[in-house]
Design a protein around this ligand. Structure first.
Ligand code: ZN
Length: 444
């Protein structure tokens, strides 16, 4: 298909991205840094990526080029676990998980019976993601069908690659938030038929967690996965010790928490389990055998006092690990802040999170956890052109550092350690600027 030069755009900057998993391949093979690079976008995809001196001579004079010599372009970030209806309750003071759910999260979610409210929060939430450089997310809606409609409608209008699902919850929650096994199944099927594969959107079957779904509802979720072989399964697992005890009480015949999901056909290569902090050796091994993915949500885990994710154990079992903000228990949509908390989690565990590994978790690792590595997650020709232009000197603390970074790795680390939404100069989705930080917004 021929295209006109005017449909092409280019960005010139430093480029940092992974094309493989640095936890298993050598960092030299997996991590790429180009000091003076160019990405060319055409029809929403990368048409060229590489050294400026190689690519610039191939471009016509009429192709617009934005030049950021001191910035770094990374792939669009992937938030593998977030609740859009909780964006408005971010930063709530609370006790642990079960108290937070009852007192903070459930009342907020009840308001999503109102479509106009859902539309408004969905817009704000997507704006928040883009402001923070997140171009793809795996998103909980609420139990209300309209909450998913609102989210997908807003995401489609922006041309974003997003995955969402209606929450399945037929017990142990306020009456206003309950469905039934039948209604949950019927509404999920209707939403999958309407939205899965529409533009860049995908569906995830979304039982909240084992405590809020009956065995009948979990079985119906398993049947949905069988009926639709490319939708995801998105739920919570082993977040909090009291939650785990309660699950044992509800499902005494299952070996452990993961065993509940296993018994209902919910553990497989399309499953993404948020948190997965307090896993037994058996559960770790089982997740690995099924090639399941887990979302590491350090901001939420610190805020609710849930515990410290064991990244090394997850990698030893070859789990696909992604990063999740878990807003609203997590207190920011910024995956840069999330990486800082991930780094500290690893430190408290006596583990290391190297900058290239951190970049992987927030980009290609997230894409792989969601089964989207062929579409997004790196700066490679043919992939969808989702990327972020990061300003490494956006915050006062970054500007105060008077020791130049020794290498690309340390340059990235200072962004992960000190950065937030102020570092996101631009977010580009499918080759179009979806967010541009204005000069007025930058503090003097
Ligand atoms: Zn969550």
């Amino acid at each position: 298909m021929s295209t006109t030069a005017s449909s092409r755009r280019a960005w010139r900057s430093q480029l940092a991205f992974c094309t493989a998993d640095p936890f298993h391949e050598s960092t030299a093979e997996a991590f790429h840094f180009i000091r003076d690079g160019v990405v060319v976008c055409e029809n929403g995809r990368f048409a060229a990526v590489g050294e400026a001196e190689r690519i610039l001579p191939t471009l016509g004079d009429d192709i617009p080029i934005e030049h950021y010599p001191d910035h770094i372009i990374i792939p669009g970030m992937v938030d593998a676990h977030v609740h859009y209806p909780q964006h408005g309750i971010i930063g709530a003071y609370s006790g642990e998980l079960l108290e937070w759910l009852e007192q903070v999260a459930f009342p907020a979610e009840a308001a999503f019976a109102d479509r106009a409210h859902a539309d408004s929060v969905a817009e704000e939430f997507l704006e928040g993601l883009l402001t923070n450089g997140t171009t793809t997310a795996l998103v909980f809606a609420t139990v209300h069908e309209a909450s998913v409609e609102a989210f997908f409608t807003a995401a489609a209008r922006r041309g974003l690659r997003m995955i969402c699902g209606k929450v399945l919850m037929d017990r142990n929650a306020p009456a206003a938030l309950l469905d039934t096994a039948d209604s949950g199944d019927r509404q999920s099927r209707a939403l999958i038929e309407r939205w899965h594969g529409h533009d860049r959107l995908g569906y995830a079957v979304t039982p909240r967690f084992a405590l809020t779904s009956s065995s009948a509802q979990l079985s119906s979720a398993g049947r949905l996965l069988e009926a639709y072989p490319d939708v995801l399964l998105h739920t919570h697992l082993c977040e909090n010790p009291h939650e785990i005890q309660a699950v044992k009480g509800e499902f005494p015949h299952c070996e452990d928490y993961l065993g509940v999901y296993e018994a209902h056909g919910l553990v497989g290569s399309r499953s993404v389990f948020a948190h997965s902090i307090h896993l037994s050796e058996r559960e770790q091994a089982c997740l690995g055998e099924h090639d399941a993915a887990v979302a590491f949500c350090p901001m939420s885990n610190f805020a609710l006092g849930s515990g410290l994710f064991d990244l090394d154990a997850a990698r030893q079992h070859r789990l696909r690990v992604a990063l999740g903000s878990d807003v609203g228990a997590g207190n920011s949509l910024s995956l840069l802040r999330c990486l800082d908390e991930a780094y500290k989690t690893c430190k408290l565990r006596g583990q290391r999170l190297e900058p290239a590994h951190a970049l992987y978790l927030a980009t290609l690792g997230g894409a792989r956890a969601l089964g989207l590595e062929r579409q997004i997650g790196s700066l490679e020709v043919g992939k969808e052109a989702d990327f972020v232009v990061l300003d490494p000197l956006a915050t006062p603390d970054q500007r105060s550092r008077n020791v130049p970074p020794r290498d690309a790795s340390e340059r990235l680390f200072t962004i992960f350690s000190l950065g937030d939404d102020r570092c996101v100069a631009q977010t580009i989705a499918a080759g179009r600027v979806a967010h541009r930080r204005t000069a007025e917004a930058i503090p003097s």
